[in-house]
Design a protein around this ligand. Structure first.
Ligand SMILES: [Zn+2]
Length: 329
């Protein structure tokens, strides 16, 4: 199997020749920037730089995937938030949340022509042409994360209690953006698209996922023309059974959920990707620590072994490579 075939099979829960290893979110680190000579913040805003830094995930780490979106801010910029694109050693962030009331939000008609969106589509097209046999993974942000950017996390979470109908209006208004952007990413050459929607276990109760988001994620699963990998941070065990019934192809989950429990909650309804711990194992652990976690994930039936979330910028390259070595053993 080529890496591209392997990831396609794993996302469809079909057998693979050897275990699939990949990333649905950023593996860009300072050592990888130094290795390819492409650095943040240029790599967020220039398609050539973005594609070259992303390709280190395959060229240097040996993963079956290349995923060229490193931050969470592309759609935020296109929707009118003020974005500080950061530095070499600092991820971008939104500095001004422009919305106050539910009626404040609107998706501009020409949003897909915004430079922060076009750079992603161009990078995907460059990678598709350069790597015909590697799985190219796009990324869009779901309506919950977009609302965090537009309203600020605190204001938006307060609205879920004070004005649930207003929250539904906001999410409904934002839903076309991930649907359209994902469709364009598949046209540009993506094999799968990550849908990051940060209804995280520590901030959002499982009933909130069920009542506000579950139907919207199911709609995205039907509308987006290709496999979608949902990423939600934190302890998500209490909502995996819901997530597994969205129709999405794959759930990318963190190490706060054990792989065995995630498999139990997901049943055979959805592929699983993850869940190698970032802050302890990949950042500070040894190659043997990484190998032990990889074995647990594979034994539990995780289809694609991967770092649990965007890796810290100083993660040692040998630990990221150790995921592949351990999985292939
Ligand atoms: Zn995460």
């Amino acid at each position: 199997m080529t890496p591209r075939e392997r990831i396609a099979a794993a996302l469809a829960r079909r057998p693979t020749d050897i275990p699939a290893v990949g990333n649905a979110v950023s593996v860009a680190t300072i050592p990888l920037m130094e290795a390819c000579g492409r650095f943040f913040p240029e790599a967020h805003l220039d398609a050539q730089a973005m594609s070259e830094l992303a390709a280190t995930g395959h060229e240097i780490l040996g993963y079956d995937t290349i995923a060229p979106v490193f931050s969470v801010q592309h759609e935020a910029d296109a929707l009118g938030c003020e974005v500080d694109w950061g530095r070499r050693d600092l991820m971008p962030e939104v500095t001004v949340n422009p919305c106050r009331e539910p009626g404040d939000v609107s998706v501009p008609a020409n949003v897909l022509a915004h430079p922060a969106i076009v750079v992603v589509l161009d990078a995907l097209a460059i990678l598709r042409e350069r790597y015909p046999d590697v799985a190219i993974i796009g990324k869009v942000f779901g309506p919950w994360t977009l609302a965090y950017h537009l309203y600020g996390v605190e204001r938006f979470l307060t609205m879920t209690l004070d004005d649930p109908d207003g929250v539904r209006q906001i999410l409904r208004e934002l839903l076309p953006l991930p649907a359209l952007f994902a469709a364009r990413q598949f046209q540009a050459g993506a094999d799968a698209v990550t849908l990051a929607d940060h209804a995280t276990g520590d901030l959002v109760a499982p009933e909130m996922y069920r009542d506000f988001l579950w139907r919207l994620h199911a709609e995205l699963a039907r509308e987006i023309p290709g496999p979608v990998i949902l990423h939600i941070c934190g302890d998500t065990l209490d909502r995996i059974a819901w997530i597994s019934r969205t129709g999405l192809a794959c759930f990318h989950f963190e190490s706060k959920v054990s792989a065995a429990k995630a498999r139990w909650a997901a049943g055979d309804r959805i592929a699983l990707m993850g869940n190698i711990n970032n802050p302890q194992t990949l950042l500070l652990g040894t190659v043997d620590d990484v190998a032990a976690e990889v074995e647990l994930a594979l034994r539990a039936g995780v289809e694609i072994v991967a770092p649990e979330c965007a890796v810290p910028l100083t993660t040692p390259t040998e630990n990221l490579q150790a995921i592949v070595a351990a999985a292939r053993q």
